[in-house]
Structure formats: C-alpha cells, structure tokens
Design a binder for this molecule. Structure first.
Ligand code: 16G
Ligand code: ZN
Length: 451
C-alpha cells in the first residue's frame, strides 16, 4: 500500500490526527483550527479520490462560517455543486479518524471501493503472511493441484501450515527414541544434558527439555566455560513467584490476594529457603500433580512446580473478579503502573494453563518474565544456588525392607528421604547436603538395608 501511495504515511505522521473523534456533520468537520491540520490533508486526498471516481472537478471549502476566527471547518463540494454525496460521508470520517499508520490503508480501501471492488482488512500481518493470504484466497481458481488447501487460508491458516510442517520435519526421520537419554526426566534426575547437546559447541544456548507428553519442563544451558546448569521446576517457581509478588504489590493487591508456592519433599532446600527469605509463603504437598494442584487451589494465586518440571499457576475465580474490577478503577484513576500490573496478572492467568501444568505455556511464561527483567538464563540461575543433591533408585526387593533410618545422621545439614515410586516398581532415595560428596554418601547410606 505504501508503494502505491508513497507520500501518504510520511505526511500522515507529520500531521497526526487529534486525540478525539472527528465527525462529518451537516457542514463538514468543525473544530478549533489547530485540530484540523490532519483533516485538511486527508480531505485533500478524499477530494482526489472523489474526482477520480466521477471524472469531474470537486471543491474543498475551508471556512469558519459564522463562528469565531479560531474555529474552523472543512467540507467537500460535489461535482454538481452541491454537498458531498451522503454515501461518502462515512469514508470521510474513517479517513479523518484513521491513525497515521492506517491512513494509507484507508485510502487504498476507498480506492478499491470507488472502482466497485470490496477490500478486506486483514489487520496486522507480516508481508510474507499477506502474500500467503492472497495465494490461499485464490487456491480454488489458482493453477496446479498443490496450490494450497482451504484450511491454510488467512492468518490462522498460515500458522497451521507452517507449524504442522515444522513439527513433521523435526520429528520425521530423526533417529533416537522418545525420552531416551533426553527430556525433562533425564536432565533432572541424572543431572546431565540431553544427548546431542554438548559443551563447547552449545555454550550459551538456551535449551528447554520437555517430557514426551509435554507436561514437564526444565531449562538448561552450558555457560561460557562449558559447565552445564540445570534450571528445574524449583527455579521456575522462584522466577514466577517473585514476578507475581512484584505485580501483586504494584497492583496494590498483595494484602488482598493470598499467594503461595506449593512444593514437595523433592524441592531443593535452597529454593525453599530463597522463597521464604523473600517473604513468599511455601506450602507442602505429597509427590504427584493431583496433590500439589489441590493444595494450590487453597490460595487466590497458587503457584506449584515439582522439581521434575510439572507445574502451573492457578488463579481463583474470585481473584479474577477482583482483578477485573481493579482494572476498571486503575484505568479511571489513570494510575499507570497499577493498571499495567493488573493487566499483566490477568494475562498471566490467560497464558498459564489453568487446567494443568503445560510445558509450552510455561515456556512462554518464563520467556516473558525473562524479557521483562532483561535476564538471560545465568541471571535466572543466580537467584539462588541449588544444594547438591542425589537421587537413586533401588530395586523392588527393597520395598519391604527397612531402609537405613539413621542416614541423615551423617551430616546435620543434610536431608534424606525414601519413598516408594508411584510409577514403577522401585523405591526412590533423595539426598541433599552441603557438598556433592556428602549428598552421594547420604544417598548410599540410606540404601544400607537392615533386615
Ligand atoms: C508422575 C506424576 C508426577 C510425579 C511423579 C513421581 C502426574 C501427572 N505425574 O509422573 O507429578 O512427580 O509421578 O514419580 O501426576 P515417582 O512416584 O515414580 O517418583
Ligand atoms: Zn508427562
């Protein structure tokens, strides 16, 4: 459009339309002279279109008429010498009120209409998307059997076409089995990067590992010296909860709405200490999404993340109602930071899956918080340092045996527990201590079975 009318946008930007709605009344547009600069420019353009359509001369009257000198008005005179045709008044209004960047479009639309065509406004698109939309709009009449498909029409169709192809290219023909030496479970349990992600070549890259059904998420990266860092569900809870805490405070709702982070015994002790030190309430639940979810529902804003990457943020309906009413009030009072905070909280609620933890929506949430804070993974990782930990699995035979109950006595700062797995025939040991050596020793000691 800008190529058809190259002068329009620069001129429109030089004379932006005023902050009020202009109406084409009985005698055209009337207002204080200084508010009508943009209108004069635009009515010049409309007069040109009207003249092209009719092939005759038209007029533009600029007059204060019977009003004070400071008032002004602009109206068009039709080829017959009378008032502008009624049908064109709407176009005049649309043009007068279009924001500068939409002006070229408004003109092009009028241009199409004056030759009897109908333009469709596709809204904001990238240039290639517009090209795609044109191609797909003509799919039926276009040449060749592979021109396009009905479901690829429009902007939504563009995403459908590209995203489905992307997923197929990625998944098709690559060797390796689902979750094998990769994925959230591998990264978090073995504390090793996924196969194919290597120190040196991949230093500084931001990586997410999900599980096969995409309800677990962990982040990780190699730093500039090739040391691998894992940001597990606990780090996610720290990132998200501090963000929500800030926004609740900015919204003036930190006393009104309760917020808590729900963790399990697998939460790294350093994460729990970090949250508490920042004045964030921490609640505990048994391992398993259903237990955390249930506990999180008790708060207006319930944040839950298992260390293994399952998690989401739940907002009570009553909290949403509070936010919606504050949104109106903050806007009326023109309190910008407050209004922004309320808007962000409402959109976080829309972004983060309210049904269950969702790796893809969690990625978008983490990314948006990182962007707002101008953080990369190193800054996020530095919120606190994980205590070294070790997880080991023991065979079924041990299920009924008594595990070493005194294991924790090895190191007073350590923590260790054993529980039967709910997903496989095994028991799990988790140990945490001040050093990796001590954590390993603690886990091993816990496995010293006593009859
Ligand atoms: C399941 C649970 C997960 C829990 C894990 C513990 C769901 C959807 N998933 O994956 O929350 O952390 O089991 O596994 O509830 P484990 O009992 O084998 O240690
Ligand atoms: Zn899963």
């Amino acid at each position: 459009i800008d190529r058809l009318y190259p002068g329009v946008t620069p001129a429109a930007l030089k004379f932006p339309n005023p902050d009020k709605r202009l109406a084409y009344g009985t005698a055209g547009f009337r207002d204080a002279a200084e508010l009508l600069e943009s209108t004069l420019l635009r009515m010049g353009m409309l007069a040109a279109l009207r003249s092209m359509k009719t092939g005759m001369a038209v007029g533009i009257a600029v007059t204060a008429s019977h009003n004070a000198a400071g008032d002004n008005g602009v109206k068009l005179v039709d080829p017959g010498g009378g008032m502008l045709e009624r049908a064109w008044e709407g176009a005049a209004e649309e043009l007068a009120n279009a924001p500068p960047h939409r002006l070229a479009f408004a003109l092009a639309e009028e241009g199409v209409a004056l030759l009897g065509g109908a333009a469709r406004d596709l809204g904001e698109l990238t240039t290639p998307q517009l090209h795609h939309c044109v191609r797909m709009a003509n799919a039926e009449r276009g040449g060749g059997p592979y021109w396009g498909r009905a479901e690829w029409r429009g902007e939504g169709g563009y995403f459908k076409m590209v995203a489905s192809a992307f997923a197929e290219v990625r998944n098709a023909g690559t060797d390796g089995e689902l979750n094998l030496n990769c994925g959230a479970e591998h990264a978090q349990k073995t504390q090793r990067p996924p196969a194919g992600f290597v120190a040196g070549r991949d230093n500084g890259k931001r990586c997410c590992s999900l599980d096969g059904d995409a309800d677990r998420l962990v982040y990780h990266y190699f730093d500039s010296s090739g040391v691998w860092h894992l940001l597990d569900g606990d780090k996610m809870a720290a990132l998200v909860a501090t963000f929500l805490q800030e926004e609740l405070a900015a919204a003036g709702l930190h006393h009104r709405l309760s917020m808590a982070v729900v963790q399990t015994a697998y939460a790294n002790g350093a994460s729990t200490a970090f949250l508490k030190a920042n004045g964030i309430k921490v609640a505990f639940a048994a391992t398993g999404v259903k237990f955390l979810h249930h506990e999180a529902l008790r708060y207006d804003v319930g944040v839950y993340f298992e260390a293994n990457g399952h998690g989401t943020v739940l907002f009570k309906d009553s909290a949403v109602s509070t936010l919606l009413s504050r949104q109106v009030r903050a806007a009326q009072q023109a309190r910008r930071r407050k209004a922004l905070a309320v808007k962000r909280l409402l959109h976080v609620r829309q972004l983060v899956n309210q049904a269950v933890g969702d790796a893809f929506s969690d990625i978008l949430l983490a990314e948006v918080i990182l962007r707002l804070r101008k953080w990369g993974l190193p800054e996020w990782d530095a919120m606190y340092a994980d205590l070294p930990s070790r997880q080991v699995r023991a065979a079924t035979a041990l299920r009924t045996a008594r595990l070493n109950a005194e294991a924790h006595a090895l190191d007073p700062r350590g923590r260790c527990f054993v529980r039967p797995s709910g997903t496989e025939d095994a028991v799990r040991v988790y140990a945490e201590a001040a050093t990796q050596g001590e954590a390993d020793a603690l886990a091993l000691a816990a496995l010293q079975v006593r009859a």
